[in-house]
Design a protein around this ligand. Structure first.
Ligand code: PEP
Ligand code: MG
Length: 840
């Protein structure tokens, strides 16, 4: 055995044998556990990875030593056993050892047809997987003639008769499986699933339990949960006179339980069925997992050949983990760790049923998850008309602007040609929980003809039915089967367990009462960002907001502000009541003006009407307000410094709402946040005025209240000067959307055009608007946090850009000592779970 030209390093699987994983692989390890549980596993030996590697390199294996473990003339199977089941491996080969002599014996025992079928099956798999002959030459249905043909074709092609010696057959099977593992495609596939380049393959050789013969004989698979829903339920198939996983492939296979139509295994072999159920329960408790059991019955005698983890959907994965913890089989923390945070997202929304066909016609950036089917419309007006008719529609636009809000509310999904993760369409759709694809730059829109030309040239028209899959960024032709959201008791239970261990707060970005209600439903710990200008995106409110922006005299502006004040106050009262004492952080106006200016002549005319001014005057004013670089222009605190009465109105609305809530007996400490700060003086100016408004409201109402004033760090300068800024701020919240835009000098609204190319060519590892750039933007965050905390020990730190919900960003923020992250309401569950994973 030490001679390197003949290797026979293998381990027999017995209750006491020491199977050395990971070299022997997951299957060997699992079989050993089944043996220890005293399940009826046939004789098995396991070859470790180093032996298999030697075989692939041409070393001769001592097959006689292996065969000596099995009875004279036994048939055996060889199965792959890599370290991780997800890494694949070559297909199982059954019935090794089959030859003319064994065939004759089987004819005696089980009859001609059964013996022929078995021999043919082995010749077919040996010819195609070991000798690598063309499968088409060996695909005949079982018959005596087919067997003869197969043996003849083999001999013709290989210029030798079909090998009869079991030792030679086994040596060849081992060699071909060992080599298949070393192939380039197999290597790439497993490396994509996390395998190390040097990962090896173990092999498992097992005595065949024949599923053919007299009495009840056959094979099947059994599992104890539904793989899609995760509900406890015996599922599987059984097929008489069959082997391996035949029962899963053949239509004449029968069900296992009696509660289904037609005959079942429970009917024909109740004792075996009961035995299987008992084995299943044992596996679940002892292996601490839902397993699928592969079994064979030979004349009423049961053998368990294999057990694999049940393949499952995300929703089933959650249910299984919770059920195992509830039954005391795993701990609650283990259940938390068994559910991948990103898998939650698909449970919050409708999802394209993964079992159905997918006819993709365009791919873009997956900007907001979930799926929806509807008819194409190309304008917001058409979307509203469609909704009025009760017809679900998908709004397809080059990009969206504030006047599309009504259209977006009416649509069930949004698809845009331009934009990135933080463009208008993406942010709004995520807030509304609508599936959204942006930056689908390969599609061509013809507004006049009302057509959309897909990547492959197919032309779609208004009214055509499509399905958006916002989780993958793919738009599909026609309607697809859907899975409904799964926000049930188990979902809440698991997140409750996650909350018990996590050590960073999770708040939601919520702009409207509807968003706040969603945030509460997902159990956010408060609102981390309320973008107040978004409260005016809707209906007639947009007009008042525009009036305020368009006002060119302080009298006109005062009139518009007077109309905005009660709207804002009511909004805040609602937000405070919905959040029931949880913190609410309100950002003062930050309207990039271009988002509020009408984009079309039509829009300008509407505005002229609403303002009762001549169109020419409105056009002139729009031109005067338009900026070359609106995202770097009159935004955020700059508006507050230049036109302070706007922030005065907002502060008044916030404080009056606070007083109203206080009078109702509840206490609120509002948090007010100043956007787009770059200098200390900006904060001083705003703070002085907000303090003055607070004093006025206190005096007038006779009600005492407290509030906190903080700063959004969205410019590199604010991060660098965080020390002096923090002197006037109770908290700093990093707005990583703008901070990323400004750190890279990369427009957040235009990046979608070239981001794919940049990522493909490895310029950026990921879209930095999607995954926080910890090296560059992250360094600014570190600097800001450190300088801020040095100046003020009790400074509260958080992040509220779209990155807030990403597990990688949460990891960063936790390590940097942040107090909380804030993300869109629909990402809150993912963030809660990801934070728990990081803490465990
Ligand atoms: C940000 O810039 O990160 C942010 C949260 O603000 P907005 O997206 O509204 O600019
Ligand atoms: Mg910002």
């Amino acid at each position: 055995m030490q001679k390197m030209d003949k290797i026979a390093d293998f381990a027999e699987i017995t209750p006491t044998a020491r199977i050395m994983t990971p070299a022997h692989g997951w299957r060997a390890k699992c079989l050993q556990r089944l043996v220890r549980l005293e399940l009826p596993v046939p004789e098995t030996v396991a070859l470790p990875a180093q032996t298999v590697r030697g075989i692939a390199a041409g070393q001769q294996v001592d097959v006689a030593a292996i065969l000596a473990h099995f009875g004279e003339g036994a048939l055996i199977s060889v199965r792959p056993s890599p370290e991780n089941p997800d890494w694949g491996g070559p297909g199982t080969i059954l019935n090794v050892g089959m030859n003319a002599g064994r065939h004759a014996a089987l004819v005696e025992k089980h009859g001609q047809a059964a013996a022929d079928a078995l021999y043919l099956r082995f010749v077919q798999s040996y010819a195609t997987h070991v000798a690598r002959l063309d499968p088409d030459m060996f695909d005949a249905a079982p018959s005596a003639e087919a067997l003869r043909d197969a043996l003849r074709v083999y001999e013709l092609e290989m210029e030798e008769p079909f090998p009869q010696d079991a030792g030679r057959q086994l040596a060849e099977v081992l060699r071909s499986m060992a080599r298949a593992w070393e192939g380039t495609t197999a290597r790439l596939l497993r490396q994509a699933k996390g395998a190390a380049p040097e990962a090896g393959l173990g092999l498992v050789v097992q005595e065949m339990a024949q599923g053919i013969g007299k009495g009840v004989s056959g094979s099947g698979v059994m599992q104890f949960v539904d793989p899609v829903t995760g509900l406890a339920q015996v599922t599987g198939r059984y097929l008489g006179q069959s082997q391996g996983r035949d029962a899963l492939k053949k239509t004449d296979a029968i069900y296992l339980t009696r509660d289904v139509r037609g005959p079942s295994l429970e009917d024909i072999a109740p004792e075996v069925f009961a035995e299987l159920v008992a084995h299943g329960a044992r596996c679940r408790t002892k292996l601490r997992e839902e397993m699928q059991i592969e079994f064979t019955i030979e004349d009423g005698r049961l053998s368990v050949l294999d057990a694999v983890k049940v393949a499952r959907s995300a929703r089933a994965g959650l249910k299984i983990a919770v059920a195992l913890a509830r039954d005391g089989i795993i701990t609650e923390n283990e259940a938390v760790l068994r559910v991948a945070p990103r898998s939650l997202t698909e449970m919050l929304h409708f999802q394209v049923d993964p079992r159905g066909p997918r006819d993709v016609f365009i791919k873009g950036i997956a900007a907001s998850p979930g799926a929806a089917t509807g008819r194409i419309v190309f304008s917001s007006a058409a979307a509203q008309a469609s909704a009025a008719r009760g017809e679900p529609c998908v709004l397809v636009r080059r990009e969206t602007a504030p006047e599309d809000i009504r259209g977006m509310h009416s649509a069930i999904g949004v698809l845009t040609e331009r934009g990135g993760m933080t463009s208008h369409a993406a942010v709004i759709a995520r807030g509304l929980g609508l599936p959204c694809i942006v930056g689908a730059s390969e599609m061509k829109l013809d507004g006049k003809e009302k057509t959309l030309t897909a990547q492959d040239g197919r032309v779609l028209r208004e009214g055509d039915v499509i399905t958006l899959d916002g989780s993958t960024g793919e738009a599909l032709m026609g309607a697809t089967e859907m899975l409904a959201p799964a926000l049930d008791e188990d979902f809440r239970t698991l997140l409750g367990w996650a909350d018990a261990v996590r050590d960073i707060g999770i708040r939601a970005n919520a702009d409207t009462p509807a968003d706040a209600a969603t945030a509460r439903r997902f159990e956010a710990q408060g609102i981390g960002l309320c973008r107040t200008e978004h409260m005016f995106f809707e209906d007639d409110r947009l007009v008042v907001m525009r009036e305020m922006i368009f006002a060119d005299t302080s009298k006109d502006r005062a009139a518009a502000l007077a109309r905005l004040l009660p709207m804002q106050r009511d909004d805040f009262v609602q937000l405070f009541s919905i959040m029931q004492g949880l913190p609410v952080c309100i950002r003062l106006f930050d309207p990039p003006l271009h988002e509020f200016l009408p984009q079309s002549r039509e829009g300008l005319r509407e505005l002229a009407e609403a303002l009762d001014r001549p169109l020419s005057e409105v056009v002139r004013r729009a031109e005067a307000l338009s900026e070359f670089n609106p995202m770097l222009g009159m935004r955020g605190v700059r508006l507050g410094v230049v036109l302070p009465e706007i922030y005065d109105m907002q502060a008044q609305a916030i404080f009056e709402a606070t007083v109203e809530i206080a009078r109702g007996g509840a206490a609120v400490v509002p948090e007010i946040m100043i956007p787009l700060v770059s200098a200390k003086r900006e904060v001083e100016l705003v703070k002085a005025r907000v303090d003055a408004v607070a004093a006025k409201v206190r005096a007038k109402s006779g009600v005492e209240f407290a509030y906190k004033l903080g700063v959004m760090v969205e410019t590199p300068r604010a991060a660098l000067r965080a020390g002096e800024i923090a002197q006037h701020a109770a908290f700093l919240s990093f707005g990583t959307n703008d901070l990323t835009q400004m750190t890279y000098g990369l427009s957040r609204d235009d990046a979608g055009r070239f981001m794919n190319t940049y990522v493909q060519q490895g310029v950026f590892p990921e879209d930095p608007f999607h995954v926080l750039d910890v090296d560059g933007v992250g360094e600014l965050l570190h600097i800001g946090a450190e300088r801020g905390r040095k100046a003020r020990g009790d400074l509260v730190l958080s992040i509220c850009g779209e990155h807030g919900g990403n597990p990688e960003s949460i990891d960063f923020c936790r390590k940097a000592g942040f107090d909380y992250v804030s993300c869109s309401p629909y990402r809150v569950p993912l963030a809660r779970l990801a934070a728990a994973h990081l803490a465990l």
